[in-house]
Design a protein. Structure first.
Length: 576
C-alpha cells in the first residue's frame, strides 16, 4: 500500500479548512515556517534521548541534525521531540525503574503529535527497549538509529573493555595487587569516546536485537559512535523513514513471530547480556508475540556463541567486531538459523539485506563449526527456589561452578552484603553460594544491576576470582562470573527465595537446568506461615504506579496494563 500526501496522518492537523487547523498552521508560521516547509509532505518525529548526563549519547546533539538533513533530503519535514535519556551510569536506584516510563512517553509523544513516522535515537541500555516498546504500541512507521559503541579503551598498551575491566581491576585493587595510581590510569583510559559500552554488554545486545528484528538499516548496530560512517547512517535513517511513511511500512509488518525468532537466535550467537531476557520478552509481547523463558532456553541449547567479543569472548571488543564485518556478517554466517523472509525497515526481506556480507576476521566472528562456546549465551534454570525461572550466562563463568552444591550465605539488603564482603573475617568459603534478595522488580525497586555480587575480599586474597552468586536482581551486561539472576517470583512478593536462610544447601545443575534448595516441605511450610510481606517503597507518584503494576522478570517487567493481547491486531494511533 502506498500513501498519498493527502492521506497522511499529519494532514488531519493541517489540511482542513476549519478554525482548529488554522491555528495549527498559524503556530507553524510563528516559528518561521511556511506551508512549503510542512505542507503536503510527511512530518517525521525524531525522538532524541540526548542529555548532559548521558555520555553514551553525547554525540546526539549533532546526530539529530544529521537525521534532519536526511529527512529533508527525502522530502519530509523533521521535528525533534526530546525524550528521557535514561543514563545507565547516573540514574538511581536503576535505569530499569524508568524503562517503562520512557516507553509510555514514546508512545504518547507519537500518539499526541501531528507526525507520520519516527526515527528513534537510542543506545544506552534501557533506551533501546524503552523506545521500541513505545513505538511498537503507537504503531507508526519507525526506524531505530543506534548510538554506536565507543572506541576501545586503553591503559599502558592494554586494551580495556568498559564494565568488564572495571570489575576485573576493582577486584585486583581490593585484593591489593594494583595501586591507586594504576586504578586511576584504568579510570582515565577505559572510556575514550562518546558512545555506549564497547563490550557486548546490554547496549550492544539490544541494538543488535533491534537490527535482527528488522528495525534498523543494515549494519547500523555495529558502527562505532565516533566513526564517520555513523554520521552517514544517521542521514540514511532520515531519508528512509520518509519512504517508509509513503510505503505505509508499519512495525506490525516487521516485528512478527519470525522476526522475534531471528532476534533470539542472534542474541544467543552474540553471547548476549542476561538483560536481553527481560527486554526481549517485553518487546515481543508489545508486538503480540508470546515469547517465554522456555523459548529462550530452547534457543540457548542449540545456538552456539560465534561472536568472540568480551565478556563472553576473551579478547575482542565492538570496534573489532565492526572491522570483522559486524552484525551483517554474523547473521550471514548463521543464515541457516534465521527466517530470511522476515521484513525489515529497508523494505526488503532480511535475506536481501545480508547479500554481499563478508567476514574479514574469522577469529572475531567464528564459523558455526568453531564457536567460542558450544551452546547459546543463556540458560534458564527452574526448581523449588525459582519455580518461574532464573537465568545464568554459562559462557561467562567458571566451568567448575556449572554443577555445584553448597551452603547459602544470605543477605537481605545490598548495603549489608556490600559491608560483609569487605570483612576479611567473614565466615565464607569458595563453596558458599552468596545470596542477595529483596532486589527484584518490586523489592529494590526496579531490579537494579546488583546481581554480580562482589567477591568477598577474604577469597580474593586467597586467589579466588569466581564463586556461585544468586539474586532476584539483574547484572550489567558487561559483567561476568557464576551469577544466577532474575529469580522469579522475587522474594519481595513471597517467592521461595524469601524462605531461604543462611546455611541452607543450594544445588545448581546448569546442564540439567535445575536449581533447588535442599529443604524438606514441612520446613518450607512453617517458614511460609511465618513470613511477613515487606511494605512497598513508594506511597505516591510514578514509583507507586510502578510497584502496583510491574510484572515479574519472566514476563518482561512491563506494566500489566501495557502488554498487548496476543493475536490482537494493532489499532491505528488515536488522535487526542
Amino acid at each position: 500500500m502506498t500513501k498519498t500526501v493527502t492521506s497522511l496522518r499529519s494532514a488531519r492537523w493541517f489540511a482542513p479548512d476549519d478554525l482548529r487547523s488554522s491555528g495549527h498552521r498559524a503556530r507553524m508560521m510563528q516559528m518561521g515556517y511556511d506551508e512549503k516547509d510542512w505542507g503536503r509532505k510527511p512530518i517525521i518525529a525524531i525522538l532524541n534521548t540526548w542529555s548532559d548526563l548521558n555520555s553514551c549519547h553525547a554525540h546526539f546533539k549533532q546526530r539529530v541534525e544529521d537525521v534532519k538533513r536526511g529527512v529533508l533530503q527525502g522530502g519530509g519535514f523533521p521535528v525533534e521531540l526530546p525524550a528521557q535519556s535514561l543514563s545507565e551510569t547516573y540514574l538511581k536506584p536503576t535505569s530499569m525503574l524508568y524503562r517503562n516510563l520512557l516507553a509510555m512517553e514514546a508512545e504518547e509523544l507519537l500518539r499526541a503529535h501531528p507526525v507520520d513516522g519516527v526515527v528513534l535515537m537510542g543506545g544506552c541500555d534501557k533506551t533501546t527497549p524503552g523506545l521500541v516498546m513505545g513505538a511498537l504500541s503507537a504503531g507508526l512507521p519507525m526506524i531505530f538509529l543506534p548510538a554506536g559503541p565507543m572506541l576501545r579503551g586503553n591503559y599502558k598498551g592494554e586494551m580495556l573493555g568498559s564494565g568488564s575491566d572495571a570489575w576485573k581491576y576493582w577486584d585486583e585493587r581490593r585484593a591489593g595487587t594494583i595501586s591507586e595510581e594504576q586504578w586511576t590510569g584504568v579510570e582515565e583510559g577505559i572510556a575514550r569516546s562518546y558512545g555506549h559500552c564497547m563490550t557486548f554488554g546490554t547496549a550492544s545486545t539490544m541494538t543488535a536485537i533491534a537490527e535482527s528484528l528488522g528495525l534498523t538499516l543494515p549494519g547500523a548496530s555495529s558502527i562505532p559512535a565516533a566513526d564517520a560512517n555513523h554520521i552517514r547512517m544517521s542521514t540514511r535513517c532520515g531519508r528512509r523513514i520518509v519512504a517508509m511513511v509513503l510505503e505505509d511500512l508499519t512495525p506490525d509488518r516487521i516485528v512478527t513471530a519470525k522476526a522475534v525468532d531471528n532476534a533470539v537466535a542472534v542474541a544467543m550467537a552474540t553471547g548476549c547480556s542476561t538483560n536481553a531476557v527481560v527486554h526481549l520478552i517485553a518487546m515481543a509481547r508489545r508486538a503480540g508475540v508470546p515469547l517465554t523463558l522456555d523459548d529462550l532456553d530452547r534457543a540457548g541449547r542449540s545456538i552456539p556463541v560465534i561472536a568472540n567479543i568480551r565478556p563472553s569472548g576473551k579478547k575482542y571488543l565492538m570496534e573489532d567486531f565492526y572491522y570483522a564485518g559486524g552484525l551483517r556478517a554474523l547473521m550471514a554466517e548463521m543464515k541457516s538459523m534465521l527466517h530470511l523472509d522476515a521484513m525489515t525497515v529497508s523494505g526488503v526481506p532480511l535475506g536481501e539485506t545480508l547479500e554481499g556480507a563478508e567476514i574479514y576476521n574469522g577469529d572475531v566472528i567464528r564459523p558455526l563449526s568453531d564457536p567460542i562456546y558450544h551452546e547459546g549465551s543463556l540458560a534458564v534454570l527452574k526448581g523449588n527456589l525459582a519455580p518461574d525461572g532464573c537465568v545464568i550466562k554459562p559462557a561467562a563463568c567458571d566451568e567448575r561452578l556449572l554443577v555445584h552444591q553448597g551452603p547459602a550465605l544470605v543477605f537481605d539488603s545490598y548495603p549489608a552484603m556490600k559491608a560483609a564482603v569487605e570483612d576479611e573475617n567473614l565466615d565464607v568459603t569458595p563453596d558458599h553460594v552468596l545470596v542477595l534478595r529483596n532486589a527484584g522488580p518490586k523489592g529494590a525497586p526496579g531490579m537494579p544491576e546488583w546481581g554480580m555480587l562482589p567477591m568477598p575480599r577474604k577469597l580474593l586474597k586467597q586467589g579466588y576470582r569466581d564463586m556461585l552468586r544468586l539474586s532476584d536482581a539483574r547484572m550489567s551486561g558487561t559483567s561476568y562470573g557464576a551469577c544466577i539472576l532474575h529469580v522469579a517470583p522475587e522474594s519481595h512478593i513471597g517467592g521461595p527465595l524469601a524462605l531461604l536462610r543462611t546455611g541452607d544447601i543450594i544445588r545448581v545443575d546448569v546442564p540439567n537446568r535445575s536449581i533447588d534448595m535442599l529443604i524438606d516441605e514441612a520446613t518450607l511450610v512453617a517458614r511460609r506461615a511465618a513470613w511477613v510481606a515487606p511494605a512497598d517503597k513508594y506511597e505516591r507518584g510514578y514509583g507507586w504506579m510502578f510497584s502496583k503494576h510491574i510484572l515479574q522478570a519472566n514476563e518482561g517487567c512491563d506494566f500489566d496494563f501495557l502488554q498487548r493481547d496476543f493475536g490482537a491486531a494493532a489499532g491505528e494511533p488515536a488522535i487526542y
